[in-house]
Design a binder for this molecule. Structure first.
Ligand code: PMV
Length: 351
């Protein structure tokens, strides 16, 4: 019998949304209530490295190891990704009898994050994007990033955007089967290579309310939510795409901050309310406001996901003003710098 180990590796970076995905119109397929847009960080900064392998010599069930720890793969999200990828491999094997029959072999996935997983950063986006890409490589699938993004979306919504680099949109779509709900590249990173992200780890604790639960409660109870999903976000998606095309940081920054505020307002308007930001998060907002007031224009923009950690976008030319003031505020707290200074993480307990 063939006991060969088939193997493929890949990496996928973290993405941080500037127009947030919040709300599912179909929780099973991870279909969103609104489109979203993000910046994919550099591979050298925050990313997941994943090796997918399969062999008849493996134990009969699929397995996933993340940073050396066994993960549960029985969840519907992971199962959906495995099922879709296997079915595409089967199609190939049916078309070409010279291909090895590996679609039904047990899968072993080994993933490593190059950043602290416990830090509460958007790790599921990079995680599912790398998982899908690695298995697609292992199975030698012909599907492009757009089609793979449709599969990664079923693992974690935001993961569909990590299949692309640079500036990435996720079209909400209108189809009930999700066939038009996938990611697309707005512009490659090289279009606006001066963009930087400063990541401030306010708390390393796991988020209090999971994004799935939070979204469901917000959609069900927030009276602000319909206006955000149906009017505000569609308008801002257009403004944001235009700002990126024109490399207009002032608009990019302003819309980023307003969308973060809008998302967290619907969280506060959820019943019972959801608080993702804390006093340190609000102090980080104040620092950004001070920086922009001193510059007389928007040179720094904050955004917060489903947790208290701040991501500050700025342009390379403003590095001194932005990072300088944060460093002064943070003091000598522990931290690390991305290889190209593109992402800096500072562990801050207080500002
Ligand atoms: O992909 P999820 O289910 O982890 O949801 C991510 C939600 C936000 O990070 C808050 C926003 C976004 O668009 O990434």
């Amino acid at each position: 019998a063939d006991t060969k180990i088939y193997r493929a590796s890949t990496t996928a970076p973290v993405n941080i949304a500037v127009i947030k995905y919040w709300g599912k119109r179909d929780p099973k397929l991870n279909l969103p209530t609104n489109s979203s847009l993000s910046v994919t960080l550099a591979q050298s900064d925050l990313r997941t490295h994943t090796t997918a392998s399969c062999s008849s010599s493996y134990p009969s069930s699929d397995s996933l190891l993340l940073n050396g720890q066994d993960q549960d793969v029985s969840g519907a999200r992971t199962q959906a990704c495995f099922r879709e990828l296997r079915s595409l491999r089967k199609q190939l094997e049916d078309q070409d009898s010279s291909l090895s029959k590996i679609a039904d072999l047990p899968l072993k996935i080994v993933s490593e994050n190059n950043f602290p997983t416990a830090a509460g950063l958007a790790s599921s986006a990079a995680g599912f994007a790398a998982l899908v890409r690695a298995i697609a490589n292992l199975y030698e699938l012909k599907q492009d990033e757009t089609e793979l993004s449709r599969i990664a979306r079923q693992g974690s919504g935001s993961a569909c955007r990590s299949l692309f680099g640079g500036y990435v949109g996720w079209n909400a779509g209108t189809q009930a089967d999700g066939s038009d709900s996938m990611a697309y590249q707005v512009a490659p990173a090289s279009h606006w290579p001066q963009m930087r992200a400063l990541i401030l780890v306010v708390s390393a604790a796991k988020k209090g309310v999971s994004s799935t639960t939070g979204m469901q409660t917000t959609v069900a109870t927030s009276s602000l939510f319909p206006a955000r999903a149906n009017e505000t976000v569609p308008r801002r998606m257009k403004e944001m795409e235009k700002a990126i095309q024109e490399r207009d940081f002032e608009t990019f920054g302003k819309v980023t901050m307003m969308d973060s505020n809008s998302f967290h307002a619907t969280c506060l308007d959820t019943y019972p309310p959801i608080f993702y930001m804390n006093d340190v998060s609000r102090a980080a907002i104040k620092v950004v406001e001070t920086i922009n007031a001193a510059a007389g224009k928007t040179i720094a923009a904050y955004t917060f996901d489903a947790g208290p950690n701040a991501v500050i976008y700025y342009l390379e030319e403003s590095e001194k003003e932005v990072v300088g003031l944060f460093k002064a505020a943070i003091g000598d707290k522990e931290g690390w710098t991305g290889t190209r200074g593109r992402a800096v993480e500072a562990n801050i307990a207080a500002l």
